[in-house]
Design a protein. Sequence first.
Length: 395
Amino acid sequence: MKTRVAVLFGGKSVEHEVSVISGIQALMNIDTDKYDVTPVYITKKNEFYVGDRVGDIEAYKDIDALLKQSTRVIFVNEDRRVFLAPYPKKHFGQKEIEIDVVLPVVHGTNEEDGALQGYLKTIGVPFGGCDVTASAVGMDKYIQKAVLKDNGIPVLPGIPFTTGDYADVDTMIDRIEKEIGYPVIVKPVNLGSSVGIGIAKDREELIGKIDDAFIYAKRILVEHAILNLREVNCSVLGDEDHAEASEIEEPFHTEEILSYKDKYESSGSKSGGSKGMASVSRKIPAEIPADMYEEVKRLAVKSFQALGCSGVARMDFMIDSDTNKLYFNEINTIPGSLSFYLWEPVGLKYKDMLTKLIELALKRARRDSELTFTFDTNILAGGALAGSKGAKGVK
């Protein structure tokens, strides 16, 4: 009997469309000799849909029409078996779809940041990729920097701010000028795909970049900007027991930073539909010195395991060409196109990488099943409710 896999993509995120591309790429490459695959589209309202055309990229040219042809479903756990059940159940005979494991191919806030992972964990279905904590930490650019700095990974200093800080923007900017100095780069703390990111070289530009970043997030991060910058990326596959690094790429960009347009609207997407991150103009392998090449791979694996990651992730690094110093930039816990294009050069086919992701998901589920989640106690046997007259509170 084949393992039943649900591939999830879409979601309530500014990276919704990118996720659809990545998800359908995965569907086209998964090993159907081993797996019975159900594509599941998540709308921008976080509703789940299945149907005959959900796995067809052409159907997403008219999403309203696609949804009318499809069935809304919800995850249901019955007797430790997980199903995709029609919702609402309108017609007798609509079948539930049993699922053994979920492969989330989602990007951005509300999907990649631990929210979806927490939901799947609560439902009780094994899922591929990072667990809840690693997903949440990996999406938060400031927290991940703090964790990695504590583990000896080189990162640029940064200052986080909230919308509350913006109430006194002059004090906020004074601090940036004093502690970092221009040029600076402003980023939403919890977004990917270069959304809301910009470089400022003076006070006027900084106000504009802060305004733009706060459109997309309630928290932002301001760092020193490297102007003579080279970017190199390396994917990592595995878990806490064993992880290995892929080939290294150097993506090229048309602006000061690698933009959303560079990533997803490049010339590689003009024919045959977008290819997602696989279409970015890049050099593989990156042309960097041998010692730096090995250091990028070493730091990529070390960062992956320090953050508690599982599955496949992409580690992005910065090289300051003026000083030749290497810095960790950020992690993508579910990278665009699942970074398959970085694994094929080292001999790992996309189909085999997806198989490995599913195997890692099931391995984690087996380990979790060995843990104890109950503790025998009689605390409810005779105690009065806390807050009632004469009752003692719970310590």
